[in-house]
Design a protein around this ligand. Structure first.
Ligand code: IMP
Ligand code: MG
Length: 181
């Protein structure tokens, strides 16, 4: 895969350092609070595993599977949530962990679904954000890296369900890859 994608967009060292900073900030902000960290599958799985290990609080973890019917570069038309939480979040603080906030529609939808369960608060932590692509206004409390609106794979992010296992983030050109490695 390294031959297809070339140099990392963010090196593993830079990534590790930034995630450690996020973990320290989250640990400070939620000190003494009852926190459930909710990973959005599949994309957030790698980031989630790294992030929770640098949060120095007795958190609980949970997962949602969300899938938007979406073409590359377009906002999702509908968003389906495939699993419910197993932990109760009523009157507890929730941190939703996303791989990337692009148009913002998925994150907004998930926050509105979680709000129905009456948590004490819901905040978003995303590894990547593409602010230039926002279709709605949404507050994202923790952002790993802001990126330009190009297509990114690796470190959990896919193109047609592939390349999630690339150990670093890389930029790709969907047209070139469609013809196929
Ligand atoms: P949004 O609803 O437009 O914010 O899109 C969020 C979802 O689209 C993310 O959780 C990703 O699954 C997917 N997505 C958006 N941009 C990219 C990208 O550059 N690479 C891989 N997936 C992406
Ligand atoms: Mg995805």
């Amino acid at each position: 895969m390294a031959e297809i994608f070339g140099k990392p967009l963010v090196t593993q060292e830079v990534m590790r350092a930034r995630i450690r900073e996020l973990g320290m900030q989250i640990s400070k902000d939620y000190q003494g609070k009852d926190l459930v960290v909710v990973g959005v599958l599949k994309g957030a799985y790698v980031f989630f595993a790294d992030l929770v290990r640098v949060i120095q609080l007795p958190i609980q973890i949970d997962f949602l599977i969300a899938k938007g019917t979406k073409k590359v570069g377009r906002p999702p038309k509908t968003i389906k949530v495939w699993t419910a939480l197993t932990e109760k979040i009523e009157e507890r603080h929730v941190l939703l962990v996303e791989d990337i906030v692009d148009s913002g529609l998925t994150a907004q939808f998930l926050v509105s679904q979680l709000q129905k369960l009456k948590p004490a608060s819901v905040a978003i932590c995303t590894l990547l954000s593409k602010p230039a692509n926002r279709k709605i206004e949404i507050e994202v409390q923790y952002v790993g890296f802001e990126v330009a609106p190009s297509y990114i794979v690796g470190y959990g992010l896919d193109f047609k369900q592939k390349y999630r296992n690339l150990p670093y983030l890389a930029q790709m050109n969907p047209e070139r890859i469609q013809e196929g490695p």
